[in-house]
Each structure stands twice: as structure tokens, then as C-alpha cells.
Design a protein around this ligand. Structure first.
Ligand SMILES: [Zn+2]
Length: 268
């Protein structure tokens, strides 16, 4: 008996032992990835406005070229100003949010570093009331409030930016930002990021109009579309679930639903 035990201890590692080793290795890798994610999502709160402005100086011109001045852009900025006036003072300080309206059939909206909200003509074409368009704009302001516009640069870029800033290598911020430009327009937000941005949008809608008619219209319409040709669905997932969550919030907060306003003539 004892000799049998002895010999089994000297056998080459069994499949089971190899599996355990692999498991430990995989667990370690997942842990590291999680840690980097956690660091990146915490660091975005430490990136100061001065760095954001430098990021904007590199990123905004890329979109600016695509958004020539137009009556639609002027109107969208007037609408945005009304929402902005309702933001808490700490979210308005040193900020100058502006819409860049891109005359292109893409159905999408994005919040980018440099205080800009990109709205494509394809999205405006889908909207049927001023109120629902205001909800989309308010939602995008919500992404700024939650710093999702920085998260959309990608974890690697955020970590590089933070390192450059903290070691005082301010000169390299621009070139780091360039490497994040690609990811911005494809950044997919998580459902919790979307829910938080919706909450900000809904609050702004209530404060602007005194009621929240139209709050779910745009997302409800998107949930009926084919995901394939709608960029908005790729960057802003699960519209049907969001509609439910917004409706729950409206109930909880006892918000009223009154008459919707038609789209301003420059947008319809
Ligand atoms: Zn969103």
C-alpha cells in the first residue's frame, strides 16, 4: 500500500493538476484586467479641465470639419442652451457645451472631449417632437456629467493620459489623444452608463418644461428598428429596457406628461 502511494506521488502532473494551474493563471489574468479597468474608471474623475481642453483641441477639429454652420446647428445649440441652464452649477463651471450638427444620414449622437455633442442629421430626421430631441440632448449632457466622454477614449488611452499628466509630460497629451480618436465614434456604453445618462436627461427635461412628455419616444422608436443600420443602437444599447427604466423613474418621481411641442422649423 505504501509503495503504491509513493509511486502515485511521483507520476507526471495529471490533467487535473494542469487544469488547476490553468485556472489559477486565468484567474490572475482576469484579476489584472479587472484592476486596470477599475483604475481607468476611477482615474477619469481626476483628469482636470485643463487636460480635457487639450484633448478637445485635438479631437474637436476632426468633427468640426464635418459640421459647417447651418440653421439646424444654430437651433440645436439654442435647445442645448436651455438644458444647460438647468444643470447644477458645478457641472456648468468652465464648460461651454455646443452641438456640432453633421449633415449625414448616420443615426447617432455622441459626447466628445472638448464639450461637444455630435448630432447627425439622420438622428434629427427620426425625431418627431422638440421634447424627444431635448431628451436625446439631455441624455448626451448626462454622459458628460458621468465622464463617459473620457471613458470612450478607451482604458489604455486614459491610463496613458493620467501618467502623462501626473509626471508633468503635458506636451504628449495631444499625441495620446490622437490615438483615442478612432475609438470615440465606436465607443459602446454599458447599460448602467446609459441608465445614468437617461436619469440626467429626464431630470433636465422636467426642469425645462415642467413635465416629461416625449421622454421615451426616441428610444421606443429605436427599439423597433433593425440594429444593423442604426449606429445609435451600437453605441447606446438596449433601448427597450431603457424605455421601461425611464417609465419607472417617471412614476417614482410623479412627473407629469403634458403636450409635446412640434420640432422647430429648421429641424423638421
Ligand atoms: Zn448614451
Amino acid at each position: 500500500m505504501s509503495s503504491a502511494n509513493y509511486s502515485s506521488r511521483n507520476q507526471p502532473p495529471s490533467n487535473r493538476q494542469l487544469l488547476i494551474l490553468l485556472g489559477i493563471f486565468a484567474g490572475f489574468t482576469i484579476g489584472i484586467i479587472w484592476l486596470i479597468g477599475w483604475i481607468a474608471s476611477s482615474i477619469v474623475w481626476l483628469i482636470p479641465p485643463s487636460v480635457e481642453q487639450q484633448l478637445g483641441a485635438v479631437i474637436v477639429p476632426v468633427y468640426d470639419r464635418l459640421a459647417p454652420p447651418s440653421p439646424a446647428q444654430t437651433t440645436l445649440n439654442q435647445l442645448l442652451d436651455r438644458l444647460e441652464a438647468q444643470l447644477p452649477p458645478q457641472q456648468r463651471q468652465n464648460r461651454d457645451y455646443q452641438v456640432l450638427y453633421i449633415p449625414d444620414d448616420t443615426v447617432n449622437a455622441l459626447a466628445i472631449p472638448g464639450d461637444r455633442i455630435i448630432i447627425y442629421a439622420g438622428l434629427v430626421k427620426q425625431a418627431q417632437s422638440e421634447n424627444e430631441l431635448m431628451m436625446v440632448l439631455g441624455h448626451e449632457l448626462g454622459h458628460f456629467a458621468n465622464r463617459d466622454h473620457l471613458r470612450s477614449l478607451g482604458r489604455a488611452v486614459i491610463v496613458q493620459l493620467a501618467i502623462a499628466y501626473f509626471i508633468g509630460d503635458v506636451g504628449s497629451i495631444g499625441s495620446i489623444a490622437v490615438s483615442g480618436i478612432e475609438t470615440i465614434s465606436n465607443a459602446q456604453y454599458s447599460q448602467s452608463q446609459e441608465t445614468q445618462a437617461d436619469e440626467v436627461g429626464l431630470t433636465l427635461l422636467q426642469q425645462t418644461y415642467g413635465h416629461v412628455a416625449g421622454a421615451t419616444d426616441f428610444f421606443a422608436r429605436m427599439s423597433e428598428k433593425q440594429a444593423l443600420d442604426i449606429d445609435f443602437l451600437a453605441t447606446h444599447p438596449a433601448p427597450a429596457r431603457r424605455v421601461k427604466e425611464i417609465q419607472q423613474l417617471i412614476k417614482q418621481r410623479n412627473y407629469k406628461i403634458e403636450q409635446k411641442l412640434p420640432l422647430p422649423p429648421t429641424l423638421s
